[in-house]
Design a protein around this ligand. Structure first.
Ligand code: SAM
Length: 321
């Protein structure tokens, strides 16, 4: 499927829950958040039906996210359901890693191989300061065990936060990429949170690292223009820099998002949603749902020019990371 800006849309991020077991200070909205009631959350059967329909439109890459996807029971059964569908090219999971170690075997059996783990600090106390929970050891155990269990790639996503992880910590993350075959990616903070003054540019961090280490640029297939990846000699993993603010990245956007309550979003920066849950629950025909997805693509905005302040009010957790 191509949209009106000739972008090939082949990727869907599916939020399976709005619940999370961490309270990261920058990942919430300014307004009080009402959790979605359980009846409003799509069932796995409903998600699978939408995945089947998306496949018919050429959307064949899926990422499960949230909230924290691993707090939802039976996630492995959804993954197994998706991987068993003909035509699925890729399925991956974004997690904070807290519940990873105990779920690895089930996830692997279900067919998952690709993992993105969010981790903003390698210091125990700072982890608690950022997330509200003393959980660094559990996340690190999850990362190490994922590598041992053969997950590939294992990406560690670090949101850059001024004064928190842009100093000495940068080198610790570089060390992590030397010691483990993980892809450490420094990501710019987006303007989706009630906090101000924490933004650090990924380019600045990249330059800081390049002053100390000789990095060679490497190709990572499927990466957009806001991403650069590097490896230093002897490094088991790699380093990446994702700079949506320093670089314009909407021109390469290939994605749709489905919220936990079945609202389709064509753009993270837009308020507009398409109510697929209502269609599912009215027992709409496949063709009716397909028409709505097609129509949504026809309206997918060019880029973040459409930001309305909605993001700041709601935060990424509420929109669905
Ligand atoms: N719970 C899962 C996790 O931790 O990966 C998935 C959801 S979480 C919202 C997805 C990612 O969004 C996390 O890496 C989090 O750090 C990031 N995030 C949240 N707010 C952000 C913001 N304002 N700018 C950039 N990244 C943000």
């Amino acid at each position: 499927m191509q949209d009106r800006f000739n972008r090939r849309i082949n990727y869907m991020r599916i939020s399976v829950t709005d619940r999370c077991n961490l309270r990261c200070f920058y990942c919430r909205g300014v307004q009080d958040f009402q959790f979605i009631s359980h009846e409003e959350i799509l069932t796995y059967e409903e998600i699978l039906r939408l995945v089947r329909l998306a496949l018919r439109l050429g959307i064949d890459r899926f990422r499960l996210t949230g909230g924290e996807p691993l707090v939802r029971k039976g996630l492995d059964s959804l993954i197994a359901g998706i991987t068993s569908l003909p035509g699925v090219k890729d399925i991956s999971l974004t997690t904070n890693g807290l519940l990873l170690a105990e779920n690895l075997e089930r996830l692997r059996t279900a067919g998952l191989r690709r993992l993105n783990i969010s981790l903003d600090t390698l210091e125990r106390q700072k982890f608690e300061r950022i997330t509200g929970l003393d959980g660094l050891d559990r996340v690190m155990a999850g990362i190490r065990q994922a590598v041992l269990a053969g997950f590939e790639p294992v990406k560690v996503n670090v949101v850059l936060l001024k004064g928190l992880n842009d100093g000495d910590e940068v080198e610790k993350f570089v060390e992590l990429a030397f010691n483990l075959p993980v892809h450490v990616r420094f990501i710019e903070l987006m303007d989706f949170s009630p906090v101000d003054g924490y933004f650090v540019s990924a380019t600045e961090i990249m330059e800081k690292i390049r002053r100390k280490f000789r990095l060679e640029e490497i190709e990572v297939p499927g990466s957009g223009p806001a991403r650069s990846h590097f490896r230093a000699t002897g490094m088991k993993g790699s380093l990446g820099f994702i700079a949506p603010y320093s670089h314009h990245f909407c021109g390469a956007c290939n994605r749709l998002r489905l919220t936990a309550d079945g609202q389709l979003r064509t753009c993270l920066f837009s308020e507009k949603t398409y109510d697929l849950k209502a269609l599912l629950r009215q027992r709409a025909e496949d063709e009716t749902i397909l028409q709505v997805i097609r129509a949504s693509l026809a309206e997918k905005p060019a880029g973040r020019e459409s930001t309305t302040g909605y993001q700041k009010k709601n935060g990424l957790r509420n929109i669905g990371g």
